[in-house]
Design a binder for this molecule. Structure first.
Ligand code: NDP
Length: 328
């Protein structure tokens, strides 16, 4: 049997017998970043017996960063992995059943909803909270991977502070890259923007801000060949439009070429924008399917912070609790 056959096309019996496993849960949480864990803490404390599937990267994007200094409550800062471990323990303390597994397919056409885990385990749920986050896009260079967390970052708000008074580079020419460059310009000595075309894709106002910032230099028509350094980033080798190598000396290399929300597995039922961000009713976590809620970066292309994700996880939990109370 093809596991990629749309679930709604399968007869009921067949759905239940995928790998012979089937289970019903009251509240299913998919994804385990700050949004998912916060939703778990709240739903567990509300006696909704949440079951969480952690996803491909348990703990989410923060587990790839080092120091987190802007999550309220940690005056000395905390590392991303420890913060996530603490959130997980807090969710478990109230009884969240946390499991390893990735949601690969769903059927939201009727209640209870069906979610397939790892293409083989079928779970039905009265309510589903989607907190699968987004994945920052990287250039895909070996050298970029090597310095991840020691000079290479995809989040200026998270890591910019470590480059105060130093020189940094931002790759990309969209609104995110401009925002990152402007944020970094307030901290770093000099910011290079590496833009592969000879124009910026960002909105006019962002372009004007970037181009008038005294310490931002936009390198149009440049591509990144390699990030160089010994223990951490020391520079970047670029190729200009004539394919000549140019080296810039920087200590931080910020990649801002876009994010990909992790919503593919649910897209055939949920309304998303053109990029794939799940649409929610403004001011709530409600999706177009009553009983399916979305929180964190999978539905947020604007703020993308751990604390905003956690806040929206709380909203999803409260929306779920009310939905389940009204739909017993
Ligand atoms: P975009 O897709 O708009 O821009 C991505 C940028 O990265 C482009 O300049 C693109 O270049 C470049 N790029 C992509 N791949 C590579 C690569 N492999 N090598 C080098 N450069 C690359 O993504 P954003 O994240 O900037 O924005 C996403 C959406 O969110 C947009 O609609 C944006 O307007 C919105 N947004 C709004 C904000 C706001 O209103 N405050 C803030 C942030 C985002 P090229 O142009 O050559 O394709």
């Amino acid at each position: 049997m093809s596991l990629f056959k749309p679930l709604q096309d399968l007869p009921k019996e067949e759905r239940k017998t995928i790998e012979g496993k089937s289970e019903h849960v009251h509240c299913l949480i998919i994804g385990s970043g700050p949004a998912g864990y916060t939703a778990a803490i709240y739903t567990a404390r509300a006696n909704l017996n949440p079951v969480m599937y952690e996803g491909l990267q348990p703990g989410g994007q923060l587990t790839t960063t080092t120091e987190v200094e802007n999550f309220p409550g940690y005056p000395e800062g905390i590392t991303g992995p420890v913060l996530m471990e603490d959130l997980k323990k807090q969710a478990q303390r109230f009884g969240t059943d946390i499991r390893w597994g990735v949601a690969t397919d769903v059927d939201f056409s009727k209640r209870p909803f069906t979610v397939i885990i790892d293409e083989k385990t079928s779970i039905t749920a009265d309510a589903v909270i989607i907190a699968t986050g987004a994945t920052a896009k990287y250039l895909g260079l070996e050298s970029e991977k090597k310095f991840m967390g020691s000079g290479v970052s995809a989040c200026a708000t998270c890591d910019g502070f470590f480059y105060r008074g130093q020189d940094v580079a931002v790759v990309g020419g969209g609104d995110t890259a401009c925002e990152e460059a402007l944020y970094l310009a307030g901290l770093a000595k000099k910011v290079y923007m590496i833009v592969r075309k000879n124009y910026l894709r960002a909105s006019q106002i962002m372009q004007e801000r970037v181009l008038s910032a005294p310490n931002i230099e936009v390198l149009f028509g440049h591509r990144t060949r390699e990030v160089v350094g010994s223990q951490s980033v020391e520079g970047v080798i670029l190729l200009n439009s004539r394919d000549e190598e140019v080296r810039i000396d920087v200590q931080g290399f910020f990649v801002a070429i876009g994010h990909q929300p992790n919503s593919d597995f649910a897209k055939k039922f949920l309304e998303t924008d053109e990029v794939g961000y799940i649409k929610t009713v403004p001011g709530t976590s409600k999706t177009n399917i009553p009983g399916v809620f979305a929180c964190g970066d999978v539905q947020d292309k604007t703020y993308r912070q751990a604390v905003t994700a956690a806040g929206s996880g709380c909203m999803a939990a409260i929306d779920t609790e009310r939905f389940l109370a009204e739909n017993k």
